[in-house]
Design a protein around this ligand. Structure first.
Ligand SMILES: NC(=O)c1ccc[n+]([C@@H]2O[C@H](COP(=O)([O-])OP(=O)(O)OC[C@H]3O[C@@H](n4cnc5c(N)ncnc54)[C@H](OP(=O)(O)O)[C@@H]3O)[C@@H](O)[C@H]2O)c1
Length: 351
């Protein structure tokens, strides 16, 4: 039977590389759905995939994970198209207006943390977040909350007796407990919304396992390593392309010291692809699965224990459920006929 696979943020970078790898492994056995906010870029990605796999089944779906209405609408559409979903890759993500802290970088260069700094960006990246039209912090909404609502909406086609489905989050090694605050899950007050959102996805994955494993739904998180994609190029937007090219040999050299410099989207998608082939029951809910590339350019996946705990993961889950109820209430309010409409109707009837 075909595996139905939906990938968010599939029109570029790691998401697109995953799609390419899935089709290369089994063109006929996979039914792909690319869920993207920009349909022009999605169409280009679909054409590229079909160029190398002409017989593949590749569908497109418009979805902006930062918009509640868009997520609900997309979920309805998915439920109309598919009666089951085997894999849901929660990959769309943003790191808006990243600022590179040069002072912290040079300090890091001469400290013991040098490798960690290069591998995880810890301490050297801050971002300026903004508010979505729904009134939520954009990074939280895009990277975490939109995906959470999508899972909740797709529950009927993700949970089926007698078979398993997988949720697979593209997290990051930049997910730090220190950036996350349970009293401020949207990260309204800090300067590291990206790190906070990724830490929250690690926590949420654990909670999803607690609540859904009995129904056959399993959740895992991966880190793709440091990959050259649109997201990373935006860290230094004024950097001309040729300087990135000049930096590449240095990046290759760093790979001798850290296998987290996966660099290409193909390598970065290693753990996403590896998880596709695993029995979800055999996976560790406390592990983050890392895409790694050795100095000799061999790709492999390695689990590492996450710095998460059940209590915090449950507390976050509860808060997300509360936010979900708020959003559902708002949607209902919008759908209610207005007072004005009622009084107009009441008029002729009462006369
Ligand atoms: N690159 C790295 O080194 C690295 C490291 C750790 C984790 N990650 C994670 O890897 C994932 C993929 O990123 P990437 O590196 O491959 O960068 P990318 O090429 O920029 O891919 C990000 C994808 O997310 C989509 N996206 C962004 N906001 C969206 C929204 N509101 N609704 C729907 N789709 C949206 C983008 O679509 P558009 O084309 O419309 O913008 C794009 O397809 C992200 O979650 C990122 O945080 C990357």
């Amino acid at each position: 039977m075909n595996k139905v696979v939906l990938v968010t943020g599939a029109n570029s970078g790691i998401g697109l590389a995953l799609c390419e790898r899935l089709l290369t492994q089994d063109t006929e056995g996979v039914q792909l759905c690319l869920a993207c906010r920009n349909m022009q870029r999605a169409q280009a990605a679909r054409s590229a995939l079909l160029a190398s796999h002409p017989t593949a089944q590749v569908a497109l779906l418009q979805m902006d994970t930062s918009s509640i209405t868009s997520v609900f609408k997309a979920a309805q559409e998915i439920k109309l198209r598919y009666n089951r979903l085997d894999y849901l890759y929660l990959n769309a993500g943003i790191m808006p207006n990243p600022q590179f802290d040069v002072t912290a970088f040079f300090k890091g260069l001469f400290s013991r943390k040098i490798i960690t700094m290069f591998a995880t960006g810890e301490g050297i990246l801050t971002q300026t977040d903004r508010i979505t039209p729904d009134g939520r912090q954009e990074v939280f909404a895009t990277n975490l909350f939109g995906h959470f609502l999508l899972i909740r909406e797709l529950e009927p086609i993700l949970c089926h007796a007698g078979r398993t489905s997988q949720l697979i989050w593209t997290s990051s090694s930049n997910a730090h407990r220190s950036a996350f605050n349970l009293e401020d899950i949207q990260h309204q007050k800090g300067t590291q919304p990206y790190s906070s959102s990724k830490y929250a996805s690690d926590l949420l994955s654990l909670a999803l396992n607690t609540h859904y494993n009995k129904q056959g739904l399993y959740s895992s998180v991966i880190c793709p390593g440091f990959v050259m994609t649109n997201l990373t190029y935006r860290i230094l937007p004024s950097f001309p392309a040729f300087l990135w090219t000049l930096l590449m040999p240095i990046f290759w050299l760093i790979r001798v010291f850290t296998n987290m410099f996966t660099l290409t989207p193909y390598n970065g998608a290693e753990a996403l692809f590896w998880l596709f082939q695993q029995k979800p029951e055999s996976l560790d809910p406390y592990a983050k699965y890392h895409s790694l590339t050795s100095a000799l350019s061999n790709n492999y996946t390695q689990p590492q224990k996450m710095d998460i705990d059940l209590e915090t993961s449950e507390a976050l889950y509860e808060k997300l459920l509360q936010l979900e109820s708020e959003e559902r209430r708002k949607v209902k309010e919008k759908q209610k006929p207005s007072q004005h409409f009622h009084s107009n109707r009441a008029g002729p009837l009462s006369s």
